[in-house]
Design a protein around this ligand. Structure first.
Ligand SMILES: Cc1ncc(COP(=O)(O)O)c(C=O)c1O
Length: 445
């Protein structure tokens, strides 16, 4: 008897095929040779920035103090560990972020995600009605892909070197006319991934003003989520100090998302959301309960202990490390690629450079990509079968530019390279391979 396969929901169907980036990373991971192949594609942090010893000490201190860290190997409450929530508030107040005081938390609360900032972003997609989401172009491809699989319509507004362009946003909103009613939320990454463009305070304020006005126009509060994943990693001290978006929020629409992944360790999976107390925040807490009760309590307590004890020195150390690499990598980019470089974004925060090549395509069908993944079919370039020359992976801009946005063409000549995970000699080698790849493309033209 014939029997049909498992019936999938639309989301299930969309998720049954790996996203383009996942597929690319999986293909690359299969047969990845440590010490030979070079991965500038992953968003991994640098292993040397992870404070192993401090984490070990924190773990012991927590188990030795069950009065303060109650039942730390048991289940936790869905809002998150009270110790951690208190530590995050104190960290933000003490971090000399202009404008964050005890009073900031009289109307707002902190909730901890079940599994990093990612789980909070994912929860939003279940708690708000499906509709339009507005973000910057290039976009954080992981979240945009999640949104699209859940039938949200992503509208991406091109950024310049100050972030999302607010004049273009206004034009877009006007052009939408009555469709504005379908806008469910805004998602803005303050140090953007992939470009590491820092959203200026002025732009941030203007975005809050625009969404406030739009909220009045449609007669309901439209939430505006700022993703601060890299905002503690501004390692260039000539950059203005980033202000919290709360400062500009008059009606209670601003939510800020933070993570300890980049400044402590992604493996702890600690992300948090701060926003106005109310129905939306309550729904996030319930959702956290639904998907696993809370982040592992022991990890939350470790995070709390580290925030209370060692965080300033740790952040300094992490930033020194990325600063050193950012400067060196920039010199090499200019030395090796300048003949074919139209633009280079990043270098002041986070750990990505976003390059626009003048006349070389970077997408997965391009000769540049094939050269670097050793799939040209030419043995001289690819190396002997079964023993290829070193491969280099990066994130092609085609995955970050919105497919129906204005940056789709230029996106095909862009790429994100990470200087987070790999060490400098490997990054240098990878950039030399990129120079050779450009030479190969020019030859073929
Ligand atoms: C913009 C952005 N948001 C969120 C995250 C994920 O944070 P977490 O590790 O807390 O899930 C990342 C990680 O690369 C990111 O780039």
């Amino acid at each position: 008897m014939k029997i049909r396969d498992v019936l999938l929901s639309n989301y299930g169907k969309a998720s049954s095929i790996p996203s383009a980036v996942n597929q690319m990373m999986t293909d690359f991971a299969v047969g990845f040779r440590d010490g030979i192949d070079i991965n500038l594609g992953v968003g991994y942090v640098n292993e040397n920035t992870i404070p192993r010893k401090l984490i070990q000490n924190a773990y012991e201190a927590i188990l030795a103090n069950p009065e303060k860290y109650r039942a730390s190997l048991n289940y936790g409450g869905a809002q998150g560990s009270p110790n951690l929530i208190k530590s995050i508030k104190t960290f933000l107040i003490n971090n000399q972020i202009d404008g964050i005081t005890q009073d900031t938390f009289s109307q707002r609360d902190v909730v901890i995600g079940a599994n990093g900032a990612t789980s909070l972003l994912e929860s939003i997609t279940h708690l708000l009605p499906t509709g339009i989401v507005v973000t910057a172009d290039p976009m954080y491809y992981i979240y945009s892909n999640d949104l699209e699989r859940k039938d949200f319509t992503v509208i991406a507004i091109p950024e310049d070197n100050e972030g999302l362009q607010t004049d273009l946003l206004r034009e877009k909103l006007n052009a939408l006319g009555s469709e504005k009613e379908d806008i469910q939320f805004f998602y803005v990454v303050t140090v953007n991934n992939p470009s590491c463009t820092i959203l200026s305070n002025h732009r941030k304020k203007t975005i809050v003003e625009i969404v406030t006005q739009l909220s009045y126009e449609v007669g309901r509060k439209i939430p505006l989520f700022f993703d601060n994943a890299y905002s503690d990693l501004v390692h260039d001290n000539t950059v203005e100090q980033l202000k919290p978006a709360f400062l500009y929020d008059e009606i209670g629409i601003v939510y800020e998302i933070g993570t300890l992944s980049k400044i402590i360790a992604p493996g702890l999976r600690i992300g948090y959301l701060i926003g106005p107390k109310g129905a939306f925040l309550n729904s996030i807490i319930q959702r956290t309960s639904d998907i696993g009760f809370s982040a592992p309590l022991i990890n939350q307590e470790i995070a709390s202990y580290l925030l209370d004890n060692e965080i300033e020195a740790q952040i300094q150390k992490v930033n020194n490390e990325y600063r050193r690499k950012a400067l060196q990598v920039k010199t090499w980019i200019h030395e090796l690629l300048s003949e074919n470089l139209q633009e280079c974004r990043g270098g002041s925060a986070g750990f990505y450079y976003y390059l626009t090549l003048a006349n070389t395509k970077t997408d997965t069908t391009s000769d540049f990509f094939k050269y670097l993944t050793r799939t040209t079919g030419n043995e001289e370039i690819d190396g002997p079968k079964g023993k290829p020359h070193p491969k280099v992976i990066y994130i092609p801009g085609e995955h970050c530019a919105h497919p129906s946005g204005e940056m789709v063409d230029i996106g095909k000549r862009q790429l994100r390279i990470s200087y987070g995970f790999e060490e400098l000699p490997q990054i240098h080698a990878a950039l030399k391979h990129m120079k050779d790849a450009i030479g190969y493309c020019n030859q073929k033209m």
